[in-house]
Design a protein around this ligand. Structure first.
Ligand code: NAP
Length: 287
């Protein structure tokens, strides 16, 4: 947090419902403090009308806005423009001021890629299995296809959703090999060296003892993995990967880097790893 709010303080914030649980203020106010920017970030609970919330924020000269559940799709109707990748993913989580209104971006998919790469996980040319077919999986599968993954497998409890997701991404990346499976069909995956992205909400606090798949035969195939769940920090999925000798990391860095990328867009700056590490420490203390 900056030391004193004054007439030149820039305001950023998060719109959604609910917003009380958010860790975003820790990251953005932490970034402002470390970088010496006169900026404050606060959560805004949308009362009922998203359109007036977005137009009101613009009129109040709010510099940047994050968008969370349940508005990531709906918000697109009230923007001056949508970044091509965000439009293809079908979700906007960051609004950046332009002359005529906000332009929408998706920094979740960029944050995921940056987080994975910071952990030494590079999808180019690699086979990837994505567990889940919801909003987060959408961004993950799109990122993998755009980054030149080899084969991409989507495993989901509801196979139809996995098929729909594969179909959507295929429209933009027709050459990528995408296979939709029901979760129990993991025997159809390649036998080794897979990257796994756990994007379901299974294993989230307070159900920390759960994982969407528990069979060893699945985890033997995994070389590197990220669970995008960050609470708890060491999920059951991560433990199962590690038990079979794979590398696993959690979702806190994705949260950090989606915020860092938004902050960079708002402030037209580039934030280096040393700053990210300082803010990551603040974040870990909050959990
Ligand atoms: P979502 O759209 O509701 O999708 C939920 C997914 O989880 C679906 O694939 C759903 O399968 C699956 N699922 C839920 N309960 C299940 C169960 N009991 N057994 C098997 N599968 C189950 O949610 P989302 O927005 O993608 O978010 C998913 C998770 O990612 C949340 O925990 C969220 O906090 C986390 N997340 C983290 C970050 C980060 O920055 N680290 C960013 C975004 C999201 P069905 O299709 O069969 O229902």
């Amino acid at each position: 947090m900056i030391e004193a709010v004054n007439g030149e303080t820039r305001l950023c914030g998060l719109i959604g419902s609910p917003v009380a649980h958010t860790l975003s203020p820790v990251i953005h106010n932490g970034l402002a403090a470390v970088l010496g920017h006169n900026l404050v970030y606060v959560p805004f609970l949308v009362q009922k009308d998203l359109k007036s919330a977005v137009l009101g924020a613009f009129d109040l000269n709010i510099l940047g806005v994050n968008v969370t559940v349940p508005y990531k799709k709906e918000v697109m109707a009230y923007l001056a423009g949508v970044d091509e990748n965000a439009g293809r993913i079908g979700a906007v989580n960051t609004l950046v001021r332009t002359e005529n209104g906000y332009k929408g971006y998706n920094t979740d998919y960029l944050g995921l890629k940056r987080a994975m790469e910071s952990e030494g996980i590079f999808v180019k040319g690699r086979d990837v299995v994505v567990l889940g077919a919801g909003g987060a999986a959408n961004a993950a599968v799109y990122m993998c296809a755009q980054s030149g993954a080899g084969r991409i497998y989507i495993l989901n409890r509801t196979k139809k959703r996995a098929e729909e997701l594969a179909g959507r991404v295929k429209e933009f990346f027709p050459d990528v090999e995408l296979t939709a499976l029901e979760t129990g069909q993991y025997e159809k995956l390649p036998k080794e060296s897979l990257i796994a992205l756990q994007t379901t909400s299974v294993g989230l606090h307070p159900n920390a003892d759960q994982a969407v798949i528990t069979e060893e035969a699945f985890y033997k195939r995994i070389a590197q993995a990220m669970d995008i769940v960050y609470n708890p920090a060491h999920t059951r999925f991560m433990q199962l990967v590690e038990a079979q000798g794979g590398f696993a990391c959690g979702g806190l860095k994705m949260l950090l880097y989606q915020a860092v990328t938004a902050y960079e867009l708002w402030n037209k700056v580039s934030i280096d790893e040393a700053v990210c590490r300082q803010v990551s420490e603040l974040l870990e203390k909050q959990l």
